[in-house]
Design a protein around this ligand. Sequence first.
Ligand code: COA
Length: 177
Amino acid sequence: MVQLNFDYLEIETLTDPSPREIRQIGAIAENAFQRFGHYRDFIASLVSKQGVITGLLVDRSEDDRIVGFLLLGLFPEDGKFIADVLAIALLRMYRGVGLGKDLMEWAFALLNNISLRKRISEVRLTVAPDNERAVRLFTRYGFSFDRESDLGTYPSGVKAVYMKRTLPPEPLLHDEK
Ligand SMILES: CC(C)(COP(=O)(O)OP(=O)(O)OC[C@H]1O[C@@H](n2cnc3c(N)ncnc32)[C@H](O)[C@@H]1OP(=O)(O)O)[C@@H](O)C(=O)NCCC(=O)NCCS
């Protein structure tokens, strides 16, 4: 297995995406989400959409290649905002070593910052319940399954469900402290 050099991996916020960056993001999405359908064009189109902020994991030792991304949507609803982790994916050789957590850290640092100015009531996302690694990652960040909403399936027929959490997390009841 190829050794990753963590000194060369950096997370940055995408501004003004270039065709090369959009191409790389689309290629990662097509590969990472193939179980769910064809996501190359859909994810590539989301990157430039109003209200979507993209975090990139870049490998400086590989000619600044994009090796992972997280797309965060911020949508107005009833005078507040709902945040949505629209997509998170890493190239295969970068998975399973904690880089998904780094992208989630980036997202929550951003959300905490934005929430100083805008009211964000909830953070949600869509996941296949059998995607154990993803569910585990999201559970770590305080998400739980939204039992009230049944989302149905991805285009491929794989079951999809919502997970959500509040921002900040639900306060502990005082006798739980
Ligand atoms: C989902 C994804 C972004 C997670 O990122 P990652 O860097 O691989 O995940 P991490 O290494 O941070 O591991 C996350 C958690 O899952 C655990 N985990 C790792 N491999 C696992 C496996 N095969 N099964 C179950 N849990 C696993 C880790 O131990 C960690 O839990 P912990 O914090 O309790 O130790 C990444 O695997 C990926 O790109 N997958 C393909 C695309 C995808 O499915 N995206 C999500 C769609 S909603």
